[in-house]
Write a protein that binds this ligand. Structure first.
Ligand code: KIV
Length: 266
């Protein structure tokens, strides 16, 4: 990237739909990795509440707090120069009415350098989305599989009620959302929804017909030693690289090979 980097704005992000160029997003949760992800020139970075699982080690996205999201978003916001940065609103920071939602999202925008929030929901959150947008807070909606509703949905299942999915996407659009994540829905439904709305759809487990794609960074980098969801693709095997490196270091220390001459002061 050139040294004259300018951060993508919300209207520019939305306008990418009509340009026909696919939008790429990934999650990031700290300064070092957010800086590396941003250096690739991808268009969007999400400080996802998936950090509850991949960073904090919880079994769901429910435990992460607003305080913790702000803490991680600050780090990401300090690192990113180019991508649009979106921050997930954690459960239940937007379920207690529009006033509380504006207070929570307002904290995110005031205390981090991030530009937008994401919240799970379509039809049932339309009022909250509209209230946030009228307060000048850009909102990315999240329809289909909504991990914060895992208990109500009975697990992390593909969502197949196309009428409801379309109604959710359209409600989010009419409420003023600038983009919609579509998670784990059939590819044909995602393509039809993408054609039916004017704002970009960002798919995860939603096929090629979306306007863009997002992956959880730990899945993309192969940083998870455990479960990798079917919709994810590991483009590297960093867990092996890390284990190999630390094992080599351990062996060097045990064998008296580290520190060597180069790391030693006379
Ligand atoms: O929290 C997250 O990482 C997300 C993506 C899966 C879209 O919401």
């Amino acid at each position: 990237m050139s040294s004259e980097v300018r951060q993508i704005t919300v209207p520019e992000f939305t306008a990418m739909k009509s340009s026909g160029r696919k939008i790429t997003m990934a999650t990031a949760y700290d300064y070092a990795l957010a800086g590396l992800v941003d250096a690739t020139g991808i268009e969007g970075i999400l400080v996802g509440d998936s950090l509850s699982m991949v960073v904090q080690g919880h079994g769901t996205t429910l435990p992460v707090t607003l305080e913790e999201m702000v803490y991680h978003a600050e780090m990401v916001g300090r690192a990113v120069r180019h991508a649009l940065v979106v921050v997930d609103m954690p459960f239940p920071s937007f379920h207690l009415g529009s006033h509380k939602a504006i207070e929570s999202a307002g904290r995110i925008l005031k205390e981090t350098r991030c530009q937008a929030v994401k919240l799970e929901g379509g039809t049932e959150q339309a009022e909250v989305i509209a209230a946030l947008v009228s307060a000048g807070i850009p909102v990315m909606a999240h329809c289909g599989l909504r991990p914060q509703s895992v208990h109500q949905l009975g697990g992390y299942r593909v969502q197949r009620d196309e009428r409801q999915l379309l109604a959710d996407a359209q409600a989010a659009e009419h409420a003023g959302a600038f983009s919609i994540v579509l998670e784990c829905i059939p590819a044909k439904a995602a393509a039809r929804i993408t054609a039916a709305v004017k704002i970009p759809t960002i798919g995860i487990g939603a096929g090629l017909g979306c306007d863009g794609q997002i992956l959880v960074l730990h899945d993309l980098l192969g940083l998870n030693t455990g479960y990798i969801p079917r919709h994810a693709k590991a483009y590297a095997n960093l867990s092996k690289t890390i284990i190999d490196a630390v094992t080599q270091y351990r062996d060097d220390v045990r064998d008296g090979k580290f520190p060597g001459e180069e790391q030693t002061f006379s």
